[in-house]
Design a protein around this ligand. Structure first.
Ligand code: ATP
Ligand code: MG
Length: 534
């Protein structure tokens, strides 16, 4: 290796955020905080309380709730086995995957000893509940105990092992298979969405015994292994709300939509467009889906491969297609609105009336479908300006069957999830949001002090100003006034508070307005009064 190459290797690796994740930094995080403060205040006025579910849950929860057919479950989940005994799991890997080619009689004996040792530790760990006592694991333990010969039965001389019919190979193969089937922990997943968690919590904490409906909202990161692009990340943030229990009165659907629209309004989000649809219920939707499938089969060869596949797996998703060549074909397909059962049609009409009563503007979009099985009746999506093709900032709908599907009592449910990253992107596009954030920051006061006496006064002044709610920068070491003022300028401070020997002696402080360079002398009390009036 040349010297140059060696030097290169010594350099520590430069770490970067994982693909699809990013750091949210100031000043942008101030906007995130403003958005989240608005969530707390607006949602509270609609009677919602905050829930903070864990970031990971049993994989099965998402598989069941979101559905195995969806992109999320079939390919986007961050799932892993959660171990309490990584040591045993590692030992299993060593034994189960070791190259078996060169097992002569002696090493078979060692191998079997090792397996026996593993089985004892495995049994012990199951007893101590460090490894889950699933039926599969108990069976594996039983079979291992029965199938693994004792090492003492194996002679060191190959000739003495003729009593082991068929040789060692099938025995070892059997052991390896059993070992590989062991599950050392639960398979868990970083949540790709939070509706499943909220429903799980509703059941787990017997919330059906509370006054119904229960109204909950959450804010937090979600994880999906998607192709990263503008407005699409692998760790992204959602703001969501769910109403569980009580009735499915159309006023509930309308009010939850009204809440999102009020929230967007408060933020002055631009170009907000609400699309709504009804996708029927367990009674009427299957009939529509069959009709759709029949119609799609007639035009199958004019469709792209994705849509062709979806004719079988999920014909509704064809309506989602963005492919140019399919648009005229899709336009001629039957509309679900014409095939709703009487109850669903009545419900949908009432939701629209309820939205009108609330002054919420909507557009009916018969092609709006939610891909998940548990969705029914009301579905909605909201788009906003400045986002390109990833312009959906909110998706939601009714999911009356979900709690029951997760083992709870029959429960009505409706909710939505807002993509916070996209919401922020859209707000950033509009200058209003930007200037509001910077105006917050420009309240900064930079204290330019010189001399030890002045330092003591500056420390006290900083404490008082901060207690009064102002943002203060107090330099840790003495600086010449010129340098201090330059620094204050660079930081975008609005004022410099100048404290030198004169100021301290007179008890009159100099406040410099950096924008115009004007100065005034104030007592400490007058200074506070002056700043408070701004
Ligand atoms: P899309 O069709 O844009 O992929 P989706 O139907 O997968 O959206 P939902 O699961 O309904 O989205 O999530 C609700 C909202 O969360 C979306 O409208 C979007 O704003 C946001 N969202 C979803 N996936 C991502 C992601 N990977 N990155 C950023 N935001 C996302
Ligand atoms: Mg998606």
């Amino acid at each position: 290796m040349s010297e140059g190459a060696a030097k290169k290797e010594d350099k520590p690796r430069k770490f970067q955020a994982i693909r699809g994740t990013r750091d949210l930094l100031p000043p942008e995080t101030a906007l995130w905080n403003r958005v989240e403060q608005t969530v707390h205040s607006v949602f509270a006025t609609f009677g919602f309380g905050e829930i903070r579910p864990p970031i990971f849950e049993a994989t099965e929860l998402f598989a069941r709730a979101v559905g195995g057919e969806t992109d999320i479950v079939s390919k986007e989940m961050y799932a892993f086995e959660d171990h309490e005994r990584p040591d045993l799991a590692a030992l299993r890997t060593t034994i189960a995957y070791r190259n078996p080619d060169v097992l002569n009689a002696w090493s078979v004996r060692l191998y079997i000893e090792q397996v026996n040792e593993f089985v004892r530790a495995f049994e012990d760990a199951i007893e101590k509940r460090e490894i889950p006592a699933t039926p599969d694991n108990l069976r594996a333990l039983d079979d291992l105990k029965n199938q693994v010969p004792r090492a003492s039965m194996i002679g060191t001389d190959p000739a003495s092992n003729v009593h082991i019919t068929g040789g060692f190979d099938p025995i070892i193969a059997g052991i390896r298979e059993l070992l590989r089937a062991i599950q050392f922990g639960d398979v868990i997943t970083l949540r790709p969405e939070a509706t499943a968690s909220v429903c799980r919590a509703y059941i787990e904490h017997n919330m059906q015994q509370l006054p119904q409906p229960v109204k909950l909202y959450y804010i937090g990161p979600m994880f999906r292994r998607e192709r990263p692009q503008k407005g699409r990340y692998r760790q992204f943030y959602q703001i969501g709300a769910e109403i569980l229990g009580g009735t499915d009165a159309p006023a509930i659907d309308a009010e939850v939509i009204e809440m999102v629209m009020t929230f967007f309004d408060k933020l002055e989000l631009q170009g907000v467009q609400l699309d709504i649809n009804s996708i029927g219920c367990r009674d009427c939707r299957p009939k529509y889906v069959e009709l759709l499938r029949a119609e799609l089969l007639k035009v199958k060869d004019k469709l792209g491969p994705d849509s062709q596949r979806r004719i079988e797996t999920n014909p509704l998703r064809v309506l989602d297609s963005k492919l140019d060549s399919e648009q005229t074909i899709i336009a001629k397909l039957p509309h679900i609105a014409d095939h709703l059962c009487e109850d669903c049609a009545t419900h949908y009409a009432a939701v629209k009336r309820q939205l009108e009563l609330r002054g919420v503007l909507y557009r009916e979009n018969w092609r709006l479908v939610r891909g998940l099985d548990y969705y029914m009746r009301t579905t909605f999506e909201i788009t906003a300006a400045g986002l390109g093709s990833q312009n959906a900032v909110c998706g939601g709908g009714r999911y009356d069957g979900l709690v029951e599907l997760l083992g709870g009592p029959p429960t009505k449910g409706i909710g939505f999830a807002i993509g916070e990253d996209r919401l922020i992107l859209s707000l950033q596009e509009s200058e209003k949001a930007q200037s509001r954030v910077t105006s917050h920051q420009s309240l900064l006061i930079y204290i330019a002090w010189m001399g030890q006496n002045a330092h003591a006064t500056a420390i006290r002044a900083a404490k008082d100003l901060r207690n009064a709610g102002f943002s203060v920068e107090l330099p840790p070491v003495e600086q010449k006034f010129g340098k201090a003022l330059g620094q204050a300028d660079k930081l975008g401070a609005r004022f410099a508070l100048i404290l030198g020997d004169n100021e301290v002696a007179e008890g009159l402080w100099t406040l410099k307005t950096l924008a115009d360079g004007s100065q005034q002398k104030l007592t400490e009390q007058d200074l506070l009064d002056f700043l408070r009036k701004l």
